[in-house]
Design a protein around this ligand. Structure first.
Ligand SMILES: Cc1cc2nc3c(=O)[nH]c(=O)nc-3n(C[C@H](O)[C@H](O)[C@H](O)COP(=O)(O)OP(=O)(O)OC[C@H]3O[C@@H](n4cnc5c(N)ncnc54)[C@H](O)[C@@H]3O)c2cc1C
Length: 365
């Protein structure tokens, strides 16, 4: 009997688990390894932070999904692997051997240049740790006024700044909120119209936007013009970084340390290994690191894993030119972007709410 190991309970593996539940006839033992028994859904995180949803509403029960699929669940992170010898290392020191491996562990927050902030720095990933620390901040902030700085003005940073503003306005804490967007500006991969709408949302919520780079020194934050910036809390939403243990995995990696894969999402160096979502880098096309791409690739990788076991042809995953993004704006209001189409309104928040809840329902056991 072959052993399939799924590392990480990311968006793609949710589909793999669902598909495997239908294939109980396969001569296969399967293990899922993830540091937590639940997976937080990032699309709803700003809504949880703003207080529109309870914490439980955005969680997917991985352990229950695994049970339903007849999959063994190990609640630990992987801290290393040897792709040549076909084993992964658990944090408790044990090794797990595999015949076929699929990796969907997401990414970490790239916070180079900010680490000396220590206790005032809160990285957006891992999402569950972020939420624990955000709740702690809300509970322990005694001062009536505080300054919150969000660094990184991509879609996540934009949503987090507005969610924080909405939430803090509903408490007795008066917060100055600053969003720092580097030299590229606010949601720089989006259209001019979307960027104008996003700026308008920041203005309406008294969030100051600074288009400069920020680093930390022993006094705190410093902007690229030399100005020192006081912050009681700094949230880093500064893009994706690969987990460092991948460097020693024997896998082929791209220049940023992510797993290099082909159009079938197979490792370029090891054809018995698949990778999905933020952790991988396609060698043939540019694949944006987003939940949408991980979700869309999921069913195809599920099929490819089964095809690889049955020695059948694999299918390519072709990313769409334009994905749909609905950016939550703190209150129940959103901006929808799809290619050049860009519209905003309260009904778009309701649409996002519908899509997100449907996603969660799909994986509730
Ligand atoms: C606030 C916010 C909002 C976002 N909103 C959107 C959105 O609306 N649309 C969109 O497309 N994208 C959005 N994104 C981006 C999106 O979150 C990521 O691109 C997406 O989560 C990547 O999915 P993934 O499946 O690769 O990994 P993840 O969803 O991050 O899942 C990885 C899983 O692997 C586990 N894991 C991590 N390390 C290990 C290890 N060493 N061993 C075992 N398991 C491990 C983790 O615990 C986690 O369960 C948002 C991001 C943020 C921060």
């Amino acid at each position: 009997m072959k052993h399939l190991v799924l590392v990480g309970g990311g968006h793609g593996h949710l589909f793999v688990l669902k598909e495997l539940a239908k294939k109980s006839h396969l001569p296969l033992s399967i293990t899922l390894i993830n540091p937590n028994s639940v997976q937080a859904y990032s699309g709803m995180l700003p809504g949880v932070m703003a207080g529109h949803y309870s914490h439980a509403e955005h969680l997917i029960d991985l352990a229950a999904l695994a049970r339903k699929a007849g999959v063994e669940f190990i609640c630990q992170p992987i801290v290393g692997m040897d792709a040549n010898k076909r084993y992964v290392c658990l944090s408790d020191g044990n090794y797990i051997h595999y015949d076929l491996l699929s990796i969907n562990i997401g990414s970490e927050t790239q916070c180079k240049g900010l680490t000396s902030l220590n206790n005032t720095l809160l990285t957006i990933k891992p999402l569950l740790d972020f939420q624990r620390q955000w709740n702690l901040f809300l509970e322990t902030t005694k001062t009536k006024t505080c300054t919150l700085v969000v660094i990184g003005a991509g879609p996540a940073g934009f949503e987090i700044a507005l969610a924080a503003s909405y939430r803090l306005n509903s408490t007795n804490i008066t917060a100055d909120i600053i969003l720092i967007g580097g030299n590229t500006g606010l949601i720089s991969n989006f259209t001019e119209k979307a960027r104008a709408m996003a700026h308008q949302q920041l203005q309406q919520n008294n969030i100051k936007f600074i288009a400069m780079h920020a680093v930390s020194d022993h006094h705190g934050l410093v902007l690229s013009n030399g100005q020192q910036l006081h912050a009681d809390l700094v949230i880093a939403t500064t893009g994706a970084r690969a987990q460092t243990w991948l460097t020693h995995s024997q896998l082929a990696l791209d220049s940023n340390g992510f797993i290099a894969v082909d159009a079938f999402h197979r490792s370029l160096s090891h054809h018995t290994i698949f990778a999905i979502g933020d952790v991988c880098a396609r060698s043939d096309v540019h694949l944006v690191k987003s939940g949408v791409n991980a979700v869309r690739a999921g069913p195809i990788i599920a099929r490819n894993i089964i095809a690889a076991l049955e020695d059948k042809p694999l299918k390519k995953f072709m990313p769409k030119k334009n994905n749909l993004y609905i950016l939550a704006c703190g209150r129940r209001y959103a901006i929808l972007c799809w290619g050049t189409l860009c519209i905003q309104g309260t009904w778009l928040w309701r649409l996002k709410n519908y899509i997100d809840k449907k996603f969660i329902r799909k994986f509730s056991v």
